[in-house]
Design a protein around this ligand. Structure first.
Ligand code: FAD
Length: 472
């Protein structure tokens, strides 16, 4: 096959890669998008954000039906047709990835399926089912993402030991499930399986789950986990694992004592590792950190002048919207604009029940950096909207700079926190003050009012709470 020449080749069609390819095409560039999977959309669409949220939605109907009993409406125990659930989830993925393919076509982005391998700084070799295709480019954007980390000692080749990839396939609802890792992936998938009926034991080596979030925001999630899971074990380490008939024998280190237990399945959710090995990057000038993530500067430039990198492969906050933002920056820099990933607010959302979301500075970060801040809170127990759907356990908090009254960070725990946090992102990005948020009329009764009332609470004037004086 004749070599192809393109202005920009994007390797990997996840939320970073396809966003970069589409934006570059929108700016009039000739773009080629390379993806080794048959489906476009990357981990986020096929093995991450979307399938996990679909399953969480399905699982939520089980819990809300059960909880409605105390409001006088009872349903019988649920019947779960796993094949149908899986087919419904798959239909969403097919529809979305078909949509991405369609959007690529409409923009004139050429999509080639195959594994990309760098021959040198200006040549990508694509290994396709039909053979090899060489691509010469002016600029490459690497967006090859990450994969679940699986410690060697646990990699027994037994399908009962799952990563998030297999857990999202929902082959069955195991009677007992051990979830290793109390980060957002372990918590979200633990929530799915617990709602579907598994007895979930969650193990976390640290003293808390969701270590990045402020402790007061995590508290309702911990309360949920203690209720929904069979057990939550903090500061606990998992040792060896072995196959034992149809079970996995797991060794724990509990307060210096070894203990063994049998589980039907185990979900290992202990982090993610970069996909940069085995793609010829040693033939370029691209360099890596000691964990294998690609080094980039704030312009998404690698140490090779022709190559940019974005998304999970550059590490940092490994979230889809961070990848998509970096995509825009890389493309703008290639297009000659003075863009950089500086002072950009990347929100985090954990889609547990309740959800927890935060953006900008957290209270814990302020403390660690020795920054003086004021924290204004509005408890959802005082929100008519939260009470009207029976979920008053939430909390909205603002982290405020004392002299300027600027909002530096926002944290929310409660139903729908993932949707609410965007107002916080806007406030932080626009340099809004607590006064701005307090003066903006919010519709009643909504959960968004909790942001306004938290701002009012800063001035000691929240309508639905009482404070003797303004926060000092
Ligand atoms: P990826 O999405 O990983 O895409 C990389 C693509 O590159 C893949 O399609 C891969 O096949 C392809 N590729 C790799 N190597 C090659 C090669 N050599 N040649 C050609 N193609 C190649 N993030 C959120 O923001 N919100 C969430 O709710 C959320 N939930 C998640 C739930 C789970 C269970 C998991 C695992 C992740 C979740 N994430 C979530 C994280 C999110 O999926 C990632 O941050 C995001 O997908 C990263 O995007 P990316 O474009 O960098 O790479």
């Amino acid at each position: 096959m004749e070599p192809i020449h393109t202005e920009i080749v994007v390797v990997g069609a996840g939320p970073g890669g396809y966003a970069a390819a589409f934006y570059a095409a929108d700016l009039g560039r000739k773009v080629l998008l390379v993806e080794r999977d048959q489906r476009l959309g990357g981990v986020c669409l096929t093995r991450g954000c979307i399938p996990s949220k679909a399953l969480l939605y399905a699982a939520h109907t089980v819990t809300s039906a059960r909880e409605s009993e105390r409001r006088g409406i009872s349903f019988g125990p649920p019947t779960i047709d796993v094949a149908k659930l899986r087919a419904w989830k798959e239909s969403i993925l097919t529809r979305l990835s078909g949509g991405i393919a369609q959007l690529a076509k409409l923009r004139g982005v050429q999509v080639l399926h195959g594994r990309g391998y760098f021959e040198d700084s200006r040549t990508l070799r694509l290994e396709t089912e039909q053979g090899q295709q060489f691509i010469n480019y002016d600029h490459a954007i690497i967006a090859v993402g990450s994969k679940p980390a699986m410690p060697k000692a646990w990699d027994l080749g037994n399908p009962r030991i799952m990563t998030s990839n297999e857990a999202l396939e929902v082959e069955e609802v195991p009677e007992s499930l051990l979830v290793i890792g109390g980060g957002y992936i372990g918590m979200e998938l633990g929530t799915v399986y617990a709602s579907l009926g598994s007895k979930v034991v969650l193990v976390e080596a640290l003293e808390t789950i969701l270590a990045g979030a402020d402790p007061d925001l995590v508290r309702p999630i911990i309360a949920y986990a203690y209720k929904a899971f069979k057990e939550v074990r903090l500061t606990t380490k998992v040792g060896k694992m072995a196959t034992s008939g149809k079970h996995i024998k797991v060794e724990f280190d509990l307060d210096g004592q070894k203990k063994e237990e049998l589980y039907d399945r185990v979900l290992v959710a202990v982090g993610r590792s970069p996909n940069a090995d085995d793609m010829g990057l040693e033939n370029t000038k691209v360099s890596f950190d000691d964990r294998g993530f690609i080094h980039v500067n704030e312009k998404q430039q690698t140490t090779d002048p022709a190559i940019y990198a974005i998304g999970d492969i550059v590490g940092g906050v490994m979230l889809a919207h961070k990848a998509a933002k970096e995509a825009r920056i890389a493309v703008e820099v290639i297009a000659g604009q003075d863009s950089a990933f500086v002072d950009i607010t990347i929100p985090a959302v954990v889609f547990t029940d309740p959800e927890v979301a935060w953006c900008g500075l957290t209270e814990a970060e302020a403390k660690a950096k020795g920054l003086e801040v004021r924290v204004a809170k509005f408890p959802w127990a005082a929100s008519g909207r939260a009470l009207s759907f029976d979920r008053p356990e939430g909390l909205t908090k603002l982290i405020i700079e004392p002299e300027t009254e600027r909002i530096l960070g926002v944290g929310i725990v409660g139903t729908g926190a993932g949707e609410l946090i965007s107002e916080g992102v806007l406030a932080v990005e626009m340099g809004a003050t607590a006064k701005d948020l307090a003066l903006a009329v919010h519709p009643h009764p909504t959960l968004s009012e909790t942001l306004m009332e938290a701002a009012e609470a800063f001035y000691g004037q929240a309508t639905h709470t009482f404070a003797r004086k303004r926060l000092q």
